[in-house]
Design a protein around this ligand. Structure first.
Ligand SMILES: Cc1cc2nc3c(=O)[nH]c(=O)nc-3n(C[C@H](O)[C@H](O)[C@H](O)COP(=O)(O)OP(=O)(O)OC[C@H]3O[C@@H](n4cnc5c(N)ncnc54)[C@H](O)[C@@H]3O)c2cc1C
Length: 405
């Protein structure tokens, strides 16, 4: 295991930090206020497009994508990307500036890996260029979707078309007017063996029958402009060439999609936790309750020390997972991926909670990013698989590994 960053990654880290300091930090408060203002619901902050152009011109673009796409992606390994995602995680809305935001990243990887040349031309190209956005529709309100084999949306062949019927929710990104394409998971064969019933199809958001019924909020945050939608699929018809990979291959694609997606979330969570640690460390030098500076209280030092330890432990675990994914592939790294998916959100929640407590009332206000960090980190104990599902899988593998020794 060697966690030395390559020169390529180090150079990009320096460039990314400089770009954020110059272009994002000065407008951070303005953008964050714009995005939570209900009057601006589902609208993009007007300066976003210009920032994206600048980032693209600077080569800070599609950093997540392991394969190089001309000047549209530098083709970094997971280990090279990890510190960059951490830097982006420090500001909740920053990933889109660099075309590195979910769910587009996962969707681009699916299209890059499994899409036909025609699908790539039509949907991957504009996604890589950052001119459109996308959604991933797997979860359904009517079934326990942490078990993806439960989903009930039907995809039925009819001549040269598929007809899709079902209801989805928590479709992140779907509220964005710029969201033009959804990857929809459903079943093409309800009677096939459990893991080959599912398929994935590309559904343009303006297809008749696709109806956004309502936006959902997370602890009151709408996460505008992307949002999270409940969507009715009412006899939605798409041409058969919109199928990804093949009938019955949907579960396989879902598994392939979630590995990189999970590690990206964990990297960003480290950025959130690290920034929270820095904010609380600054605050304790500025407040003086009961005649003593806050930084001199033992409980405060312990909170800060515990946070520093936990962040570094998690960072190293994430780098270890990234390294293993690079060296032996996502499948072989599945236990480490499960570990980080369990550890990182819980670590971030602990650190952010300590920072909120140390900040006092300011910590829960919108004057710092902490409250929104907390809501965002909490989501990740559920999204991309709840903690319990990862623990169940990991526990099973560990028992199997050691039961016969
Ligand atoms: C903000 C947000 C964004 C999301 N974005 C997307 C998206 O873009 N696309 C998409 O398709 N989905 C998305 N999701 C959905 C998310 O992936 C699901 O909510 C998650 O997989 C859990 O499914 P469920 O809500 O149906 O919970 P259920 O399956 O009903 O599970 C409920 C609870 O049961 C418990 N449980 C489940 N299995 C086990 C087990 N094996 N052992 C013990 N306990 C267990 C867990 O505590 C779990 O939280 C998002 C969710 C949120 C909150």
């Amino acid at each position: 295991m060697n966690f030395e960053y390559s020169n390529k990654s180090l150079k990009l880290q320096e460039q990314l930090n400089a770009f954020i300091a110059k272009h994002l930090l000065p407008v951070e408060k303005e953008v964050s206020s714009f995005l939570v203002n209900p009057e601006n619901a589902w609208q993009r902050w007007p300066g976003l497009q210009a920032l994206k152009q600048e980032a693209k011109a600077a080569g800070l673009w599609n950093l997540f994508l392991p394969k190089a796409y001309g000047d549209l992606s530098p083709g970094l390994t997971n280990l090279e990307y990890a510190p960059l995602a951490e830097i982006m995680g420090r500001i909740l809305w920053s990933s889109e500036v660099f075309n590195c935001s979910p769910p587009d990243t996962g969707n681009m990887e699916v299209l890059a890996k499994y899409g036909t040349p025609a699908q790539q031309e039509k949907w991957l190209k504009p996604l890589l260029n950052g001119t459109i956005r996308s959604a991933f529709l797997m979860t359904e309100p009517d079934v326990a979707s942490s078990d993806a084999t439960n989903i009930e949306t039907s995809i039925v062949a009819d001549g040269n078309e598929y007809v899709i019927k079902g209801r989805k929710w928590w479709s992140s990104g779907a509220m964005d007017p710029n969201c033009k394409i959804a990857i929809v998971m459903g079943k093409t064969d309800f009677n096939a063996p459990r893991h080959v019933q599912q398929s994935m199809v590309l559904v343009p958001m303006d297809t008749p029958g696709l109806k956004i019924e309502r936006p959902l909020s997370v602890f009151g945050y709408t996460d505008s402009p992307e949002g999270h939608a409940e969507i009715l699929l009412d006899e939605v018809r798409v041409p058969k060439e919109n199928l990804l990979l093949g009938e019955g291959r949907g579960f396989e694609i879902a598994q392939g999609r979630l590995g990189p997606g999970r590690i990206h979330h964990c990297m960003r969570l480290i950025g959130m936790a690290q920034r929270s640690l820095e904010l609380m460390s600054q605050r304790v030098t500025q407040r003086t309750p009961f005649g003593r500076n806050l930084e001199t209280y033992s409980s405060v030092r312990q909170d800060i020390a515990k946070s520093a330890c936990e962040i570094e432990q998690t960072r190293l675990l994430v780098l270890s997972a990234a390294d293993k994914m690079d060296k032996v592939g996502n499948k072989q790294a599945k236990d480490l991926i499960a570990m980080i998916k369990i550890v990182a959100p819980n670590m971030a929640l602990n650190v952010i909670d300590r920072a909120i407590q140390i900040m006092g009332g300011k910590g829960v206000s919108s004057d710092t990013p902490l409250a929104h960090f907390y809501a965002s980190a909490r989501i990740l104990r559920l999204a991309d698989g709840p903690d319990e599902v990862h623990m169940s899988q990991l526990g099973k593998h560990v028992i199997k590994k050691y039961s016969n020794t």
